[in-house]
Design a protein around this ligand. Structure first.
Ligand SMILES: Cc1ncc(COP(=O)(O)O)c(C=O)c1O
Length: 446
């Protein structure tokens, strides 16, 4: 067996997603209606989301079958994605640790985001939705949804955080090529956007604001539905294809990961990678460590509060229980646009709060240094988001060098950085600035 590159045959692709809600020690705190303070009625969400996605959001079924049409679309991405052993990085670090990367960078849109975009486009097309409306930060999610809508015959409208729209032109060009409409947010298309632009015509925007605009727009057109690229249970569910494949790949070489690492923006790629392995930890059958990495500029899990909060800035969404910096938190303009969100997926928040997952936070300059080492040793240029967990893996491998431990370190390589080269240019020219909030105003108790 070539232990460098561990494939999985198309016939062995998992045919169901794994729903961790079936195995948690207690039910998750429900989303609340902000008007009544009571658990939200699923019927109220039908104007926003496809019905099947609402069913999956609330489901406690352990495995949910992947529809044949979605499985077929996965195979064409192509999935299964390879598991890769980074031996040249190991050699450069002179570490006895083994480093594995689960490669989500081969999707045409460049990241893991297509795993849920395809499923969401499919369920919406099936129930007769004509248009999906969404927001995007750095643009990875927007391009994935644009591609998926095009494959399933839907139109797509995207509100892209204005700061990233300027920084990452490649992503909105891609989304437009796939046929989507793309608007920088805040925009003059919604009343919330107009209100913000009136206060500051050059407002940089944020993911929370773009969500508010996308939801407001969705409510104006009965044939449209809204689509979210992270945070919610059904999104995390679709991403478990990553970890289910990785589990089979590790079993095929008879290796068990000791540490499972990923970056967290809203939590979807990390959940997808780690939940199938977490199953054994929840049952007390594994002592693997789980580590989630974020930006020090947006320290939602290392410095956030575990409480009910809104998912968007205009406070239009249901209240969800999560680790949050407060829905009004102003995210500094870091290069990892996909990590700029005030909250964290309720499922990941719960697992961190209960001590199953350890959060870590890094500055962007040290993260780009880690990325450059991977580029020089393996030729791979990671997305700035992905590079956050690479930083942890490199530090941990160096610790193994000191202790002599041959740990197996597995990370989710969530996307490539080939459309982030202007960020790398700033790093190389020494112009990168690190941000860290001094004091964080905890969100109001609700
Ligand atoms: C490549 C990549 N990795 C990670 C993330 C973070 O999102 P999530 O935590 O939902 O996986 C993003 C978000 O845009 C991304 O583009």
């Amino acid at each position: 067996m070539n232990e460098q590159f561990i494939p999985l045959a198309p016939d062995d692709i998992p045919t169901s997603w794994y729903n961790i809600q079936a195995d948690l020690p207690e039910p998750m705190p429900p989303p609340l209606n902000p008007g009544t303070g009571q658990p939200i009625e699923p019927a109220l969400l039908e104007r926003i989301f496809a019905k099947e996605l609402i069913r999956q959001e609330m489901s406690s079924e352990r495995f949910i079958k992947i529809p044949d049409e979605v499985l077929d679309a996965y195979l064409r991405l192509p999935r299964p994605s390879p598991l890769y052993r980074a031996k040249r990085l190991e050699a450069a670090l002179k570490t006895p640790a083994k480093i594995y990367l689960k490669c989500e960078n081969f999707s045409p849109a460049g990241s893991h985001k297509t795993n849920t975009a395809l499923a969401q486009a499919y369920y919406n097309a099936k129930q007769g939705t004509k248009r999906l409306i969404t927001e995007t930060g750095a643009g990875q999610w927007g391009t994935s949804l644009a591609l998926s809508c095009s494959l399933f015959g839907l139109t797509c409208r995207i509100y892209m955080v204005r700061a990233s729209h300027g920084q990452k032109p490649g992503r909105h060009i891609m989304a437009k090529l796939y046929g989507a409409e793309m608007f920088p947010s805040p925009s003059d298309r919604t009343s919330f956007g107009k209100q913000l632009l009136a206060g500051d015509p050059a407002h940089p925007g944020s993911l929370g604001i773009a969500i508010s605009e996308a939801v407001e727009d969705t409510m104006t057109d009965e044939a449209s539905r809204y689509s979210l690229g992270s945070v919610l249970n059904h999104v995390l569910l679709h991403q478990t294809i990553i970890g289910l494949e990785a589990k089979k790949q590790f079993e095929s070489i008879d290796v068990r990961p000791d540490v499972l690492v990923g970056c967290i923006g809203g939590g979807s790629n990390y959940a997808g990678f780690c939940f199938p392995f977490m199953l054994e930890k929840l049952k007390g059958k594994s002592d693997a460590e789980f580590v989630a990495c974020e930006s020090k500029a947006v320290p939602h899990t290392t410095r956030g509060t575990y409480t009910y909060d809104f998912g968007d800035t205009a406070k239009t969404t249901p209240l969800i229980k999560m680790l949050t910096l407060g829905s009004g938190y102003t995210c500094p303009p870091i290069h990892a646009g996909g990590l700029r969100y005030h909250g964290m997926a309720p499922l990941i928040s719960y697992l961190i709060y209960k001590g199953y997952v350890t959060p870590m936070a890094y500055h962007q300059t040290e993260v780009f240094q880690a990325a450059q080492l991977l580029a020089k040793t393996e030729g791979m240029i990671p997305a700035p988001e992905t590079a956050h967990c690479l930083k942890y893996v490199i530090d941990r491998a160096l610790e193994c060098k000191r202790t002599g431990e041959a740990k197996v370190l597995a990370m989710n390589y969530s996307g490539h950085g080939l459309l982030d080269l202007s960020s790398y240019d700033q790093f190389l020219s020494g112009n990168m600035v690190d941000f860290e909030p001094q004091k964080i105003q905890p969100p109001p108790a609700l």
